[in-house]
Design a protein around this ligand. Structure first.
Ligand code: AMP
Ligand code: MG
Length: 485
């Protein structure tokens, strides 16, 4: 069998001026071993891999062999980390191999993460430990299946090299696919350097690639800003709906399109808690669950200021008003999401108290956020078998909820059916990810594979292994996540 692996690269970012990146090669992993390859995704991207051995895939996706047509580069960017401006960050442990077009003509970046040092590594080793790579693989694929726009996972390779963190741990290269890796921080980089020529080039490139509809508009910068504001409003509503906490919403981890990017110490909540924080580095809870809309708004202000050099002074105020629209856009998206989760496809803002009553009840009784909506659907089906505690708060909510549904002439069973199509049974729970990581560190990958399978069908209750969807028992709960930089 001939070893064919063909990636039909069609690169554009590497054609931009030199200020945008450092062109450099990946490091040579001593003993690359394939852990996972996402064949369906490879097919979607037009990558031919028939006959490619695991060894060949491991060589290419660890960066040991640079495939034909790739033009590896580390992207330059800046960013506000925990509120503080850092003028130069950039890909310190990642390389953009190049871009491919899928059948619909959508362009995707193929990026190696953990592929060695670059000009942006500062004091870092350019490596990625296996644990965080496993987390990103599972969570990003789960998010995709849950319908939340996200970067995807194409491959996971063990490098055969140890990396030193709190302890010595195996290294990995994670291949991710994104509609692009342009961040708010990319704009901040050129703006901060007062390189307004490049800033303009970046804006034009971004608009052509992601928002071609506004190419012909007069106030392109304002339109662009408006689109990013809307994208963030939709994305954060998706996150809150799924009980997702990103964990490091720095501006360098904020995409300028409707897409989740840079999974670090992220987590899905088990029991509902408004101010839940998992990240070990988020000491002050800046990026807590319910703070995410406020932080997105703050990040968008940063983008607006970065774009000001390209905006006529007479329109600066207008630009800031575009950012202020975030609150309204977010609220609209959030209410729609939450009402839908409650089985209500139509809603009046006046009914919003229902959402508050429900969430208060969940928090008060420490109820599992994900399963609560499935249990509520069971109640609606009059099965009355659900584990939801029948407290006075529950009765109050249930009475108002059923009344609101009946006002809309929605049958309870109809509402329940709809709820079961949009409320997942399976999310990648923290303790399961942790278990997959701990086993992988011992060289056992079968649970990782099982978890990947399970999160691929989030709306089906698994018949065999209840471990994959039930909430953690108290002793299994994992309250802290690490970023592994
Ligand atoms: P992150 O926390 O992954 O969003 O990374 C923030 C910044 O630190 C980015 O510029 C990364 O490229 C850089 N960085 C993180 N880990 C490393 C590492 N091990 N070596 C070099 N740079 C790193
Ligand atoms: Mg990052």
């Amino acid at each position: 069998v001939s070893q064919t692996l063909h990636i039909p690269f069609d690169n554009t970012y590497s054609q931009l001026p030199e200020a945008f990146y450092q062109k450099t090669s990946p490091f040579q992993a001593p003993k690359p071993t394939l852990i996972q390859f996402n064949k369906p995704l490879a097919d979607e991207l037009g990558i031919s891999h028939k006959g490619a051995t695991p060894e060949k895939l491991a060589e290419v996706f660890s960066g040991k062999t640079v495939p034909k047509g790739a033009d590896p580069l580390a992207m330059a960017y800046a960013g506000h980390q925990f509120g503080h401006f850092v003028p130069q960050l950039g890909d310190g442990r990642a390389l953009l191999l190049g871009e491919v077009l899928n059948k619909d003509g959508t362009r995707f970046d193929i990026q190696l993460k953990g592929s060695g040092q670059t000009a942006f590594s500062r004091r870092g080793d350019g490596r990625s430990p296996l644990g965080p790579a496993i987390r990103e693989y599972i969570v990003s694929e789960a998010m995709h299946k849950l319908g939340v726009p996200t970067t995807r996972a194409l491959a996971l390779i063990a490098t055969g090299e140890d990396v030193v963190r709190e302890s010595v741990t195996p290294g990995a290269v994670f291949t991710r696919v994104a509609e692009s890796h342009i961040r708010i921080g990319t704009f901040e980089y050129f703006s901060g350097n007062q390189d307004y020529e490049s800033l303009k080039t970046l804006l034009n490139y971004t608009i052509e690639r992601h928002y071609p509809d506004i190419l012909k508009q007069e106030r392109r910068v304002l339109s662009f800003l408006e689109h990013v504001v809307e994208a963030q409003a939709l994305l954060i509503a998706d996150w809150l709906g799924m009980g997702f906490i990103h964990g490091v919403m720095n501006t360098d981890n904020t995409s300028i399109i409707y897409q989740t990017i840079d999974y670090g110490p992220c987590a899905f909540m088990d029991s509902f808690e408004r101010n839940k924080v998992y990240s070990s580095i988020d000491q002050f809870g800046r990026y807590a669950y319910s703070s995410q809309p406020r932080i997105a708004h703050w990040n968008l202000q940063v983008l607006a200021y970065a774009l000001m050099p390209l905006i006529d002074e007479s329109q600066h105020e207008l630009a800031l008003l575009k950012v202020e629209e975030f609150s309204e856009r977010f609220e609209k998206a959030y209410l729609k999401k939450m009402f839908n989760k409650l089985g209500m496809q139509e809603f009046k803002k006046a009914d919003s108290q229902l959402i508050g009553l429900w969430l208060n009840y969940l928090q008060e009784e420490k109820i599992d956020y994900t399963l609560s909506f499935r249990w509520l659907a069971e109640e609606a089906n009059l099965q009355d078998s659900s584990p939801l505690p029948k407290t006075p708060a529950f009765s109050k909510f249930f009475g108002l909820w059923t009344a609101a549904l009946s006002k809309q002439k929605t049958e309870l069973t109809q509402a329940a059916d709809f709820m079961n199509t949009i409320n997942p049974v399976i999310i990648p729970r923290n303790h399961l990810i942790e278990k997959a990581i701990q086993l992988a560190l011992k060289g056992e990958y079968s649970f990782f594979h099982e978890l990947i399978e399970a999160v691929g069908e989030p709306y089906q209750t698994p018949k065999t292994n209840s471990e994959l969807f039930r909430p953690p028992k108290p002793h299994e709960e994992v309250h802290e996540t690490f970023c592994g930089t």
